[in-house]
Each structure stands twice: as C-alpha cells, then as structure tokens.
Design a binder for this molecule. Structure first.
Ligand code: TMP
Length: 259
C-alpha cells in the first residue's frame, strides 16, 4: 500500500495528509517528553487513550458551540481533522497553582486561585516556549486583537466545560494547555480549537485524594503513569473496567503484525 505523505512530526503526534483537501490525519504516539524534550520516554498505550479522550472532549465541545478541528476518529490511534494554520501561541488556563506558576511565583502547589488565569507562551522549542504578554502578540503580529478576544472567550468556555465534566467524575481541573488555528473561508479567517485535550496537556487531580492523574506522573517519576491515563479514560466511560489491558494488548498485537 502506498505510504501517505507525512506533513509534520511533533513530540507526541504525527500529521499525515488527509483524504480530502483541507483535512489531515492526526496520529497519536506513545512518546512522551517533558521539560522541552530534555526528558524522553514512552507511556505504553497513551496514544490510544489520548485519541479517545480528545475525541470525547472535542465532540462534546462541538455540541456546546466551540468550533474545533476534529472531524472523526478513524481508528485506535488516528483521527481525521481539519487542516488549520496553527497560531504559534500556547494558551494555558489555570484554576489552581501548580507547575511553572508555583515555581515562578513561589505559590504553594494546590492553592486555589481567586480567579482563573490565562497565560500565553510563544510556541518555539528552540526558545523553550517563553511566556509572552498580549503586547508581544500584537507587536509581532502572531494574532490579531480580534483573534485574541475569540481565543480568550473560547479558553474560558473550555475551562467551564472541562471543570464541570471532570467534577462529575471526581476530578479537579488544575490547569491545561490549548492550541488554536485559523481556517480560511475566502479572505476571511476564523479561529478554531486545534491540537488535543488529554492528560498530556492537562493537570487533573483526584478530588478526594489529590492524586495526580496526568503527565506530571511522568515528569516527576511518580510511577503508575499508564494507570493514571487509563483511570481518566475509565471515569469518562471510554474504557470498560476490564477493557484497558485488552485495548493495550490489541494495540501491541496490531503493531507486531506491522499494521
Ligand atoms: P506549566 O505549569 O508547566 O506551565 O504547565 C501548565 C499546563 O500546560 C500543564 O497542564 C501542562 C501544560 N503544558 C503543555 O501541555 N505543554 C507544555 O509544553 C507545557 C510547558 C505545559
């Protein structure tokens, strides 16, 4: 079978040419990196789980009117998405102090923030994704003021939605990262949610125990990384209680057959 054309390979995903113009196939890898790829590893079955979790969340966001790049899931590790022009800004939404906020400002991890914070980082691995202000975005033309207003509005809607959805399954949304892209309709550009939403780019804590159910388990060598991702999927109703090992076995089996 002819290999399809690879458009881009990132740290956790690969993008291939899609079946129709304006579409791409997003493939989820098991590779994990942290600290700007200084730490590398694999989280077995992560790609399968993130594909399912991101499908679930993007589909639900679509139903409440947040436009996303997601079209449909194709198989265990791939989904069909709309091709977008990625806006080179990582949008981080924080409800509770953790990670770089705690480190930078000396605020104890787990402190509830009196209001939600939105931060922007310039997407540039060589520079280590530095934090930026609106002024830099306007000055260097990375996005227009109108686009930034739409992005902030969507980020808040996503936060409200995710916080409610996860609260219902006993999980606190500490913070998360979003990426947005432009789709063109003639001369007119519209901003939609892109990339993925999964435990790779969110901090998710069990509400009762404060146990971390996200990539911090990998970043901080806490162990139980695969189990944490599976637990999130299971609570979302995406894995049956005994399906997790079956999913992973199936996937390993498939890879061995070279499919
Ligand atoms: P931070 O506390 O390290 O700034 O991370 C904030 C949130 O953004 C956290 O949920 C992890 C996510 N994130 C990414 O998805 N990719 C990144 O490159 C970084 C730095 C953070």
């Amino acid at each position: 079978m002819a290999r399809r054309r690879q458009i881009y390979e990132g740290k956790a995903k690969i993008l291939y040419e899609g079946p129709e113009p304006g579409t791409l196939i997003q493939y989820f890898k098991d590779d994990a990196t942290a600290f700007n790829a200084q730490k590398r590893g694999t989280i077995s079955g992560k790609g399968v789980i993130n594909n399912r979790i991101s499908e679930h969340i993007f589909t639900a966001l679509g139903t409440i009117g947040v436009p996303t790049h997601f079209i449909r899931r194709l198989n265990m590790r791939e989904q069909l998405i709309r091709q977008v022009e990625i806006i080179p800004i990582e949008v981080v939404v924080r409800n509770v102090a953790a990670g770089s906020l705690s480190k930078r400002l000396g605020i104890e991890e787990g402190t509830q923030l009196p209001r939600t914070i939105i931060e922007y980082y310039y997407k540039d691995d060589a520079l280590g994704d530095p934090m930026i202000a609106d002024e830099h975005i306007a000055c260097f033309g990375w996005a227009t003021q109108e686009e930034m207003n739409d992005i902030a509005d969507m980020a808040i809607r996503v936060n409200d939605f995710l916080s409610g959805m996860f609260a219902a399954i006993g999980i606190r949304v500490i913070d998360f990262k979003l990426e947005f892209g432009r789709v063109w309709d003639g001369d007119y550009a519209r901003v939609i949610l892109a990339d993925e939403i999964s435990p790779d780019g969110c901090r998710l804590w069990d509400m009762k125990t404060n146990q971390k159910l996200d990539k911090d388990r990998f970043r901080q060598d806490l162990g139980g990384v695969e189990e944490a991702y599976q637990e999130v999927a299971r609570r979302l109703g995406l894995l049956q209680p005994d399906e997790d090992s079956a999913v992973l076995d199936f996937d390993t089996h498939r890879k061995k057959r070279g499919k």
